[in-house]
Every structure is written in structure tokens, then in C-alpha cells.
Design a protein around this ligand. Structure first.
Ligand code: FAD
Length: 543
């Protein structure tokens, strides 16, 4: 093992901003070419959010959450680029994501973590299938460079997809899905479109991954590789992050003028990728592993989304309570407001509890030891937040009243003809200054009723996969078979008159019993609920 890196090896937020100047990507926003991403006002809220993940990692009090020791190098790295080796790592990552998203709404960098863990898993799987070590070695070399340089990676997974009812090779426009156009001795050449990439303009590199299971005819679309942001042939057409710049004077974007998230359409036109950055390219049967890669990534990512949206829940809980107080109520005494607040807390902590359960029941990948959250709990947590986000907004509106969308704009705060009277007549609780009441109201408008409020709804619903995808995974992984067998045993079905099993207990042809409790289906005996899986967990509860 190497000696741990000194903390100085981790970048600060300012270093991260500066590091973006090393890249000259082709980026457009609002119909114009961006000269310098680091200086572009439209991206500052997104850059601010990622910068916070760097600054937090340098704070002593956050070190256990925001950093971890990478087991393959012995170096201390940012938690958001670390590979998990135990349930404690998963819990700490969950808490870390909640922490940074409390501050920023969405700190984005956890996508780096989710993709690196999934690519580590698929690399080992491919090696085991082929009896080689080359994929894992290549991945580790890449991973260690990313960690040593403290890079942030974007996830380019969601293809443009064209006609959703057709597979990649059936699309009228081949560029609807990213694909390999050439393989040669030096590397591969890729073209096509990744349609939704968080933080695309201001990350260092993109991790390209397939977004679905691939068949043999789709082998050229099954590609997983890393591309620097300024690779020739890559064009990024982005949206502004949050509500920066000129929108500031409308004044209702208190939070989203500081923190937000850009997304970009990434168009690849014959981009060359050397073999050392290719994790697999569909050839030699590697296309078969795309389903497992998307499954692993989605499981890690949905687990992270739980932490992110719990951080957003924290903002609404705090703001909702402040609004009650500013209106003159103590929710502890006013029962209908307390009910709303308790519902908000219950929603937030119930999906977060799924994240905790997913961590505790997580398992080491048999091919490489990377620890993956339990897929059922990850998917249930993500499904809950995807649908309950609308209730979270409704509760914030309920406790606040209509002022959050009807208050005069902040220019009136300084209008000598109106400001004093407004501040007088719009005060509620005599103990809370008018300025604080309207500030909280504008904060809630920004998070729930303005542009950014709609954005939080849609990212919760579709980010990390649409609800149908979660439902499919829950059904696919839930041990319905064990429950069927439980009831059949109670009903004494399949038991002979002498008490011995009369029929094959696990008929493999019987669809309804196919999914069974881990540990009861195989001799290796994994973990079943109720077993002591939480031995010596170093997780730190902070949020
Ligand atoms: C704010 C935000 C940030 C995101 N960031 C990233 C990112 O960083 N990287 C990334 O790769 N992706 C990212 N995504 C993309 C996200 O994963 C997708 O939005 C999600 O997978 C849904 O895909 P889609 O948006 O293309 O919707 P569609 O696939 O068009 O889905 C629309 C509806 O059609 C249904 N549907 C689609 N296909 C089928 C089918 N074949 N059969 C039946 N029903 C179908 C879906 O279930 C859904 O209800 C982000 C999304 C958002 C909103």
C-alpha cells in the first residue's frame, strides 16, 4: 500500500474552477459559443455546486464523509470518486450526498462515483467471462488517474434514442444512439448523440456508457469509454445552470442564482478514443455486458439520488417551518400545520430510510468486491422520491400561503414610495421582520413554484430513470417466490402425508417462484434480512 496522499492533493473549489481552463471544449449556450467555461456566467451556479464538493472534502469536520481511502491504491480520495468496499462506505456516501445537496440543491458530482463503481464492476465481469485481467487493469489505471487529479466526470449514458419503440440498430437516424464507427490498432472512433448530460460543460471528462440492454445486432452501440471534454469532434449544446445572470433582477431566484445544474446535449462526430480509455466496445461479445452495466449504474445512481433529494427535503422542511413561524404560527401548536410538516418529514425520511436499508443490505460484487446497494431498496427509495416530490411541493405551498407567487418583486423593497408601507402591511408575526418573511417566501417560490421548482420535479421523476424502470427492477429483484413458498407452506401445499416434501419445492419452470430470497437460492449463502450484516460500520450520521 502507498502512503496516504497529503490532503493538498485534493483540489479546492478554486482549484477546480482553475482546472477547467486547461480544457478548450466546444460548448454553446443560449445560441452562442462559449469562450471560457470557467468564466461563463450561465454556468456559474453549476460550477459553484461542484466547487462545494471540493471545498467540503478539505474541511476537517467532513473528512470522514467527504473522503475515503481507495483500497486499490491506499490513497485518500474524494468520496465522490471512490469505490465502495462495505456497507459503511455506502452509508457514508449517502450521507455525503445529502450533505452537499442540502447546501446546493444538487451537487452533481456523485454521478462520477456511481459510474466509476459500475464500470469497475463490469470490467471485472468481462475479465472473468474472458479469463483475462486486462479490463480491470485498464480501469484501475484510469480510476487512479481520475482520483490523483481529483477530476469530476460527467455521465453520458442517455442516448437521443429516436423512436422509443425501436432498438438502436432499427433507428432511422443512426446517430440517435452513440456507436462505434471504426476500430483500429490505436483505438476506436465514435459518433452519435448523448441527449442529457448533467454538468456537461463544466466537468473534466465524460464517461460514455450504453443506456440499455444490447442485442448482438446492436454490438456497435454497446460502448463504454472515457472522453476528455475537449476531444476533437465533440460538441456540447447546454442550458444555463439554475437561474444565473440577467434573471437575477426578478429577485425570486434567491437560491438558484447561486446554485443550479446545467445539462448538455453531447454530439459526437467521429471522436477518436485510444484503447487505454475504452472499457469495452461491443466487440468479442462484450456487448452482452451492457444490461449489467446499466443495472449496476442505475442501482448506485438511484441510491445517490435518494441522498440528493433528502438534502432537498431538508431545505423544504427548514423553509416550511420558518414560513409557519413568520406567518405567526407554531406548528407544534397548530395541528393542521403540524400534520403537513410531519408529512413532509415522513416523506423525506422514508425514502432516505430506503437508502439506509439499501446500504445495510448491500452486497459485494462477486467478481470484484465492489459493494453495491441493495437494488430493491434503492429502487423503492428512488420511486418514492420520484412521485412524492409533488407532495413535497404541495406541502411547502400549503404551509406558506399564496404570497410565495404574488409578492411584489424585490425592486419594490427599495422603492421610497412603497417600501415602508409594504413592509408595514405585509408583516405577520410581530417578532419576525418583514424582510425575513419575504426572503423565506421567495426562497420557497424559487425551490417549488418557479422555474427551478419545476426542474426539481422533473429531475426527481425522470433523473436516474423514469418510474417504469424502477418498477421493473423492483419486480425483477423482489423475492416474490419466497413469499409464495411461505404461504404454500402455511397452506401445507406440496407436503406429503408423512410430512416430507411431495413436490419439487423450487420448480425452476414456475415463473411466480423464480425470484427468491438471497441466501436461500444458492449454496454460497448470501445475506438474508435478519442476519447481522452491520458488523463494525464506520458510517457517520451528520445530516
Ligand atoms: C435533470 C435531469 C438530469 C439528467 N442527467 C443525466 C445525466 O447526467 N446522464 C444521463 O445519461 N442521463 C441523465 N438524465 C436522463 C434520464 O436518465 C432520463 O431522463 C430517463 O432515463 C428517461 O429518459 P428520457 O428522458 O429519454 O424519457 P423517455 O425515454 O422518452 O421516456 C418518456 C416516457 O416514455 C416511457 N418509455 C420510454 N421508452 C419506453 C419503451 N421502450 N417502452 C415503454 N415505455 C417507454 C418512459 O417510461 C417514460 O414514461 C437526466 C434527466 C434529467 C431530467
Amino acid at each position: 500500500m502507498n502512503a496516504p496522499l497529503p490532503a493538498a492533493a485534493l483540489m479546492s473549489g478554486a482549484d477546480y474552477r482553475e482546472s477547467l481552463r486547461r480544457y478548450r471544449p466546444t460548448v454553446f449556450v443560449d445560441g452562442r459559443r462559449v469562450d471560457s467555461v470557467a468564466d461563463e456566467p450561465a454556468f456559474q451556479p453549476g460550477i459553484n455546486a461542484i466547487a462545494l464538493t471540493y471545498d467540503h472534502a478539505l474541511k476537517k469536520e467532513y473528512e470522514p464523509l467527504m473522503t475515503a481511502v481507495q483500497h486499490t491504491s491506499g490513497k485518500r480520495v474524494n468520496r465522490l470518486s471512490h469505490l465502495n468496499t462495505g456497507a459503511g462506505d455506502l452509508l457514508n456516501k449517502l450521507e455525503a450526498v445529502r450533505l452537499v445537496c442540502q447546501e446546493t440543491g444538487c451537487a452533481q458530482r456523485y454521478l462520477t462515483h456511481d459510474a466509476l463503481n459500475a464500470i469497475g464492476q463490469v470490467s471485472a465481469r468481462i475479465d472473468d467471462a474472458r479469463g483475462s485481467t486486462e479490463h480491470t487493469a485498464r480501469f484501475h489505471e484510469y480510476l487512479h488517474r481520475v482520483q490523483d487529479q481529483d477530476l469530476t466526470l460527467g455521465v453520458a449514458m442517455t442516448d437521443a434514442k429516436g423512436d422509443r419503440s425501436r432498438r438502436p440498430h432499427e433507428q432511422a437516424n443512426i446517430d440517435s444512439y452513440l456507436h462505434v464507427v471504426e476500430r483500429n490498432a490505436r483505438g476506436i472512433v465514435i459518433s452519435g448523440t448523448k441527449a442529457i448530460v448533467t454538468g456537461a460543460p463544466y466537468v473534466h471528462e465524460l464517461l460514455v456508457m450504453p443506456c440499455r440492454n444490447m442485442g448482438k445486432e446492436d454490438a456497435d452501440f454497446a460502448v463504454c469509454c472515457a472522453v476528455p471534454l475537449d476531444a476533437p469532434g465533440l460538441t456540447i449544446v447546454a442550458r444555463p445552470a439554475g437561474r444565473p445572470g440577467e434573471k437575477l433582477e426578478h429577485g425570486d431566484a434567491l437560491f438558484s442564482r447561486k446554485y443550479g445544474q446545467s445539462t448538455g446535449v453531447c454530439m459526437f462526430d467521429k471522436v477518436f478514443v485510444p484503447w487505454e480509455r475504452v472499457f469495452y466496445a461491443g466487440d468479442n461479445g462484450t456487448w452482452e455486458h451492457s444490461g449489467h452495466l446499466t443495472y449496476s449504474y442505475a442501482t448506485h445512481h438511484r441510491h445517490s439520488c435518494i441522498g440528493a433529494r433528502a438534502g432537498f427535503g431538508d431545505l423544504l422542511i427548514g423553509a416550511g417551518a420558518l414560513m409557519c413561524e413568520a406567518n405567526g404560527f407554531d406548528p407544534g401548536k397548530e395541528s393542521h400545520l403540524r400534520e403537513q410538516m410531519v408529512e413532509l418529514i415522513t416523506i423525506t425520511e422514508s425514502f432516505f430510510a430506503c437508502g439506509v436499508a439499501a446500504s445495510v443490505y448491500g452486497k459485494a460484487d462477486e467478481h470484484c468486491g465492489i459493494f453495491m446497494p441493495d437494488p430493491v431498496f434503492s429502487n423503492i427509495g428512488k420511486l418514492l422520491l420520484a412521485t412524492k416530490i409533488y407532495d413535497m411541493h404541495r406541502i411547502a405551498h400549503y404551509v406558506s400561503g399564496g404570497l410565495i407567487v404574488t409578492l411584489p418583486g424585490p425592486d419594490e423593497d427599495h422603492n421610497p414610495e412603497t417600501a415602508a408601507r409594504l413592509s408595514d402591511v405585509l408583516r405577520a408575526n410581530p417578532a419576525i421582520p418583514y424582510e425575513q418573511r419575504i426572503e423565506t417566501a421567495r426562497f420557497i417560490e424559487d425551490l417549488t413554484a418557479g422555474y427551478q421548482g419545476g426542474w426539481y420535479s422533473v429531475i426527481s421523476l425522470h433523473g436516474g430513470g423514469s418510474p417504469a424502470a424502477m418498477k421493473q427492477e423492483i419486480w425483477r429483484n423482489y423475492p416474490v417466490g419466497s413469499k409464495v413458498e411461505l404461504v404454500e407452506r402455511i397452506l401445507e401445499r406440496g407436503i406429503g402425508s408423512d410430512g416430507s416434501p411431495a413436490a419439487a419445492p423450487h420448480d425452476p419452470g414456475r415463473a411466480i417462484t423464480r425470484n427468491r430470497q438471497p441466501g436461500k437460492c444458492c449454496d454460497t449463502g448470501c445475506t438474508t434480512p435478519g442476519q447481522p450484516v452491520m458488523v463494525d460500520l464506520p458510517a457517520t450520521r451528520r445530516t
